[in-house]
Design a protein around this ligand. Sequence first.
Ligand SMILES: [Fe+2]
Length: 443
Amino acid sequence: MTLSLDTNLKMDATIVPTVAAVAEPEPLFRLARTPRPLTETLADLEATAARPLPQAMTLPPEVYTDEAFLKWELEHVLRPGWLCLAHVSQVPKAGDFIKLDLLGEPLVLVRGKDEVVRVLSRVCAHRGADIMPPGYTYEGQRACAEAEGPAGCGHARFFMCPYHFWSFDLTGQLKAAPEMQQAEGFCRENIQLTAFRTEIWHGWVFVNLDGKAAPLATQLAGMAADLAPWQPAEMKVAIYREWDCPFNWKVLVENFMEAYHHLGAHSQTFQSLMPAQDTWAEAERPHHIRVNLPFKQHYTPNPATDFPTIEGLPPADQQQMSVFLAYPGFMLFTGPDRLFWYRIDPLGPDRSRLVTTMLVPASLAAEPDYAAKIAAADQMLIDFHLEDMRVCTGIQRGLHATGYQRGRLSHLDMPVWLIQRYLAARARGTFPTLDRPAAPAQR
Ligand SMILES: [Fe+2]
């Protein structure tokens, strides 16, 4: 996608605030908010989310700053949800793995010799050591260069815990444990690394930590139909970046989903391409949100910078981008020739780790100008993401400030309101639309 500016849409430069690009979020001084009981925050959430869109307002700040609320989310939102960890193109060969820590669980995602992708615990079945502690490699296992993908990715023939050299195959089955002959009834066939419930959906690897979620394929059937023309399982992750974020995970999700902020934060980038005023959220659904961002002008691919429009896209999708959220945190941004996929892991109420990626059809990698187009796209991704990082960093500081006041929402903030309704539904033990009428599309 070329972000060419439409000069007619540029506002008078003398009245438009501009902010210089910064490479890193500035250091923050945050005021400590006096905590209030979780029950009060949850009651406030329910009451706020029950307001109709024309009366909508922001949630109480504790939803974004309170340890107790994050603990509630772990139990009711995050561990019961389907969380996307990787795309299959990141582990193409048997033995390829990605090591990652998710919500306190040390995990390794690995493709087995049977081609099945599993998500295993890295907690050794002996005394609980991390089978792949920081910096650890051994012959037969290699770590990837960080620039090529997740910092913890590599390739292994098996896993060996460095504590007592217990070794496990790529399915997590214990294969060898030295000096255990005197342990009565010890049977290595009965010992495995804990495996978490995993589902591959359109090429993305999801995990459900509490093991109780309804099948993802059922939950996201509607979104799957929308995405099918892109054939995401046949795409590859072409750009991968990790970001340390000094803000709550939902600050990023809300920012990702609403296009109202094109008016301000992206006034020199997205606004002329996809004006905020033309964006619209589709009707409420139980497990996902879709927002459409029509192009201002008729789009035809620029051969210098764009890939060909993906074959078989519906006409509307050839002339717009769309953002999707599969609750709680699977974020997708679709364009005529590519997908952007974001994942965010909460590290605390005020800190998150974000991964931003771009996916393109795997078949394009052989094109002669592939590397140049990807490099240009990478720079564009950095540029517009820094615009968002700056805003989100400021929001988190604001949420802690005594000067903070809860604000009213625009109709263009509808995705923010839908996320409120999702959180409130989780507090009632259900999902949006299953116990209340669905909100209609915003246009
Ligand atoms: Fe943005």
